[in-house]
Write a protein that binds this ligand. Structure first.
Ligand code: TXA
Ligand code: MG
Length: 329
């Protein structure tokens, strides 16, 4: 690979042009998004997509989200019914991924879709990322830019730490403002199924298309093949519903009350939001998990977090972080 290997680039137009050229040549470029950083490659190329799976150590049965710059590009790839159009109008660009029936002519690698006849599509919010996609002149396959199963990255530095040697460039768009991944909604069948809670709260979607069906139970036939039970895992253990830290544990707190009994060691404590704001907590979630993930602690004890709004996505990620680790997740 080139000597610029893994280099962090500021998002200037010349840098985006260079990154677009790398993508056209089948290389991996990590890109900023409002949710988490993505590991991007030409979605039309089996070889480029294979590189993503290799770099992440990701099982190949777990399909990738395809990122496009505008609705017209999305409509060339998949069939939008009335519901899909209304949601795209309401939430794109933004943290909503729609799973839709693939059009027969769509030039998307079968590997990216893990052989399914559906595609997961979204338009990312940062203008620089949409410019990158336009300059590359092709849709971008992009899972979160972390090693499979680990905590998702919300800064360019996180990406460089996890995957530095495995990507040709990382575009630095600053910290991701939403902080949890997109909501994944399956509209490929009759009913709308919430496959993954995320940056757009379910209630906001229901206000537009009515009631959603819940994600199938773990253990049932996986409709979002990537929804493995253990995921987003720090290296050390995670203990949920903690009221305080036990000896040797770090504390991940939420809300104003926690401030009263914060541990003496500032390195052993993070508060997701002192004011109890769920948007702030989502934004800080992965950053705080990374900060507390130190071998000197026995575990990260996590205080309860309300489950409405963005709390659903936060609790989903925390449950997976605490789950017994599946090999190969
Ligand atoms: O916010 C996000 O969604 C980030 C940014 C980079 O866009 N991406 C992300 O990608 O979280 P990833 O690969 O970590 O998660 C994609 C999820 C997985 O659970 C995968 O199984 C599911 O979407 N998915 C992808 N294609 C699918 C399909 N055709 N049918 C059902 N689920 C699909
Ligand atoms: Mg991921």
């Amino acid at each position: 690979m080139s000597p610029q290997h893994g280099r962090i680039l500021r998002p200037t137009l010349p840098a985006l042009r260079r990154a677009a050229r790398l993508i056209r040549r089948g290389q991996l470029v990590a890109f900023p998004s409002e949710t988490v950083y993505g590991l991007g490659a030409d979605a039309g190329s089996d070889q480029a997509v294979a590189r993503i799976y290799r770099a992440k150590g990701r099982p190949r049965f777990n399909p990738l989200i395809v990122h496009v710059a505008d609705l017209r590009a999305a409509q060339r790839l998949a069939r939008f019914d009335e519901r899909a159009l209304r949601l795209a109008t309401a939430f794109w660009p933004g943290p909503l991924t729609l799973v839709l029936k693939r059009r027969p002519g769509a030039r998307i690698s079968r590997l990216a879709a893990a052989g399914l006849d559906t595609l997961a599509i979204r338009i990312p919010a940062p203008a620089m990322t949409r410019t990158l996609i336009r300059l590359a002149r092709r849709p971008l396959a992009g899972p979160s830019a972390n090693r499979s199963g680990r905590v998702s990255p919300t800064t360019a530095r996180d990406v460089a730490q996890d995957l530095g040697g495995r990507v040709s460039a990382v575009i630095d768009g600053g910290p991701s403002p939403v902080g949890v991944e997109s909501t994944v909604l399956d509209l490929s069948g009759g009913e709308a199924v919430l496959l993954r809670p995320g940056g757009v709260p379910a209630a906001d979607i229901e206000s537009i298309i009515g009631r959603l069906a819940p994600a199938p139970e773990a253990g049932a036939k996986p409709r979002a093949p990537g929804q493995l039970r253990s995921h987003y895992a720090p290296h050390i253990a995670v203990r949920l519903d903690a009221r305080d830290a036990r000896p040797g544990e770090a504390l991940l707190a939420f809300g104003p009350l926690a401030e009263r009994d914060r541990p003496a060691d500032p390195g052993a404590y993070r508060n997701l939001s002192q004011s109890g704001d769920l948007a702030e907590a989502a934004r800080r979630l992965f950053r705080c998990l990374r900060a507390l993930d130190q071998p000197r602690f026995r575990a990260i004890a996590v205080m309860p977090i309300p489950s409405h709004g963005l709390g659903a996505a936060i609790n989903d990620r925390l449950r997976r972080a605490a789950a017994p680790r599946d090999p190969g997740a």
